[in-house]
Design a protein around this ligand. Structure first.
Ligand SMILES: NC(=O)c1ccc[n+]([C@@H]2O[C@H](COP(=O)([O-])OP(=O)(O)OC[C@H]3O[C@@H](n4cnc5c(N)ncnc54)[C@H](O)[C@@H]3O)[C@@H](O)[C@H]2O)c1
Ligand SMILES: C[N+](C)(C)CCCC=O
Length: 535
């Protein structure tokens, strides 16, 4: 029986002070923040989210035009989880203005002061990790154990950038005659974050934490398919003590995203999503000469040499393909296996794939939950059918899976799939499927496999399994990708930069380097003598 949670429908207080139109704020904003403990009791098929999902000026904001409302479904059950009402021009403008006024305060704090507040946000997330993870599962469909890891990566990311904030500094440069110059690392202003649906909470933090560490404000738009957890993050930042307006959430799809990209007060857009949308974002940003970070798609190669430690290579191949139901941008979905070990590899990988527990994502033992939407599930099934038509052999999975629990009968579950007899010219090998489908391709030599691995317009990630240390580093050097995993796959600690080569993106997230993508350098030149008498 579905249970409505929160959303008392309590009256609202139209006291919004941001310049521009006034919007209704829910009473929640004046109460102790967060209804998170409610998520503790959530089981699959029970959550209904009624509270407003927009947030600016330090409070949740009711949407203006509810006639454009669209249902958002719980992936595990196919039930309506909440309604998504896209923000229009006035709402986007209000959020951006609210961000700008917070930026004026936040950017004047020292790095230490910013760090203190960010560390408090990290602490709150850590404390509420399980409730946030449950909300993420209800909205995204991934397994609870994976969602918990996502939340751990999230607070670690905030801690990491809080640690960097006080270290931001410039350079002192001596000039002739006692004159000198110095540089200042300054924020950009209002940054926009636009996220994908596969890591909703984590992506909001991958963008906001480095942005805030550098002194920027952010307006974040989550994917319209996963609107629930970004607003929880906004509340946590507020509770931690950031100025009202520093982190804002506007809901919506393409239209809302375009309004954000075109807004003249926006200095930078950090986008995660598909290549076609990334191109549009770059075009829009170019019109205003705004900086962009683009984290786009991939079709990454994983190369397994015959001298590998086979058990690790098999586990690595599963990690490279089946996290988050295969909906991971950096997945190593082209698995090149040296011909001599192909039979052993296939036998073991199929055995392990068949043993993956698919089902209720809130069960601790589940290792694969539901795909994000019905259309996405059908798209993946379409890729599998096309692969069969083109000559691939399905060794396991690749079908709709209906768990025995009746409440999950309309969920978007697929059995994880291994495809053999693949060739480089097949659609399943060339295009990003974004589902639990591994394509296995035999190879003979290092030279050949490198050429084939690089024969793609993508370049997000790559991997190699071998015991030969020289070969490992040679292969890593020659793979055209932003990341190469040696003897593992899909581990991404925050200290390590993440981003793509070629059409997989521009810029990096995570690591120290990301500071450069959220700040700009000012040079101050100081004359200690007289100005030259030249004219
Ligand atoms: N490289 C990475 O870090 C990374 C991480 C996750 C996902 N991805 C990629 O994202 C894709 C899947 O995510 P998706 O389906 O949400 O991608 P998408 O491109 O459809 O949407 C991404 C975001 O862009 C917004 N958007 C759509 N049209 C827009 C427009 N015209 N202007 C501005 N914003 C717009 C969407 O509402 C959403 O928030 C895959 O290709 C995947 O590889 C990349
Ligand atoms: C945490 N992972 C698995 C590296 C995924 C990062 C986000 C990409 O989709």
């Amino acid at each position: 029986m579905p249970v409505a949670r929160g959303g008392s429908g309590d009256s609202i207080e139209p006291t919004h002070t941001a310049k521009g139109p006034e919007f209704e704020k829910t009473k929640m904003a004046q109460q102790p923040l967060l209804s998170l403990p409610e998520f503790q009791n959530v089981s699959t098929g029970t959550l209904v989210v009624k509270e407003p999902l927009n947030f600016w000026g330090g409070a949740r904001v009711k949407p203006k035009d509810t006639t454009k409302s669209e249902p958002v479904y719980e992936p595990a059950t196919g039930r309506v989880l909440c309604d998504l009402v896209p923000c229009g021009e006035e709402e986007v403008d209000a959020a951006i203005k609210s961000a700008h006024s917070a930026y004026l305060k936040w950017s004047k704090l020292s790095g230490m002061e910013r760090a203190r507040i960010m560390l408090e946000a990290a602490r709150i997330i850590r404390e509420r990790r399980d409730e946030i993870a449950r909300a993420e599962v209800a909205n995204n469909g991934k397994s609870i154990t994976e969602a918990q890891v996502d939340i751990d990566i999230s607070w670690q990311t905030i801690e990491y950038y809080a640690g960097i904030a006080p270290t931001l500094s410039g350079q002192h440069i001596q000039l002739p005659g006692g004159s000198f110059a110095y540089t200042r690392r300054e924020p950009l202003g209002v940054c926009v974050g636009i996220g994908a649906w596969n890591y909703p909470f984590q992506l909001a933090i991958w963008k906001s934490a480095p942005a805030m560490a550098c002194g920027n404000a952010m307006v974040y738009k989550p994917s319209p398919m996963t609107p629930v957890t970004a607003v929880i993050l906004a509340e946590i930042y507020k509770e931690a003590g950031v100025p009202d307006g520093l982190f804002n959430v506007v809901q919506g799809g393409a239209e809302t995203g375009e309004l954000l990209c075109h807004h003249p007060m926006v200095a930078k857009v950090s986008f995660t999503g598909s290549v076609p949308t990334g191109k549009k974002v770059m075009e829009m940003a170019a019109k205003g000469v705004k900086q962009v970070t683009l984290e786009l798609g991939g079709k990454s190669p994983l190369i397994i040499f015959k001298d590998c430690e086979l058990e690790n290579a098999i586990k690595g191949a599963l990690m490279a393909n089946f996290l988050t139901q295969g909906q991971v941008c950096c997945n190593g979905t082209r698995v090149f296996v040296q011909r001599e070990i192909l039979p052993q590899f296939l036998e073991a990988v199929v055995k392990r794939t068949k043993a993956i527990t698919v089902g209720d994502p809130l069960c601790e033992k589940t290792r694969m939950g539901a795909l994000i939407t019905k259309p996405q599930m059908e798209k993946v099934l379409g890729f599998i059918n096309q692969a069969k038509e083109q000559g691939a052999k399905v060794l396991c999975g690749g079908e709709r899976f209906v768990p025995s629990d009746p409440k999950l009968k309309d969920g978007y579950f697929l059995s994880p799939c291994v495809l053999d007899n693949c060739r480089d010219d097949m659609t399943c090998v060339k295009e990003e499927i974004f589902g639990p489908v591994m394509s296995v391709l035999p190879f003979d030599t290092e030279e050949e496999v490198l050429q084939r691995a690089n024969n793609t317009t993508f370049g997000l990630a790559s991997g190699v399994f071998t015991r030969d240390i020289a070969r490992a580093h040679r292969v890593a050097e020659n793979l055209q990708a932003g990341t190469c995993y040696i003897n593992n796959y899909n581990i991404s600690p925050v200290e390590v930069p993440f981003g793509g080569y070629k059409m997989s993106g521009i810029g990096r997230e995570n690591g120290q380097v990301t500071i450069e993508y959220y700040s700009q350098l000012k040079t101050v030149v100081v004359e200690m003598g007289d100005v030259e008498d030249y004219f």
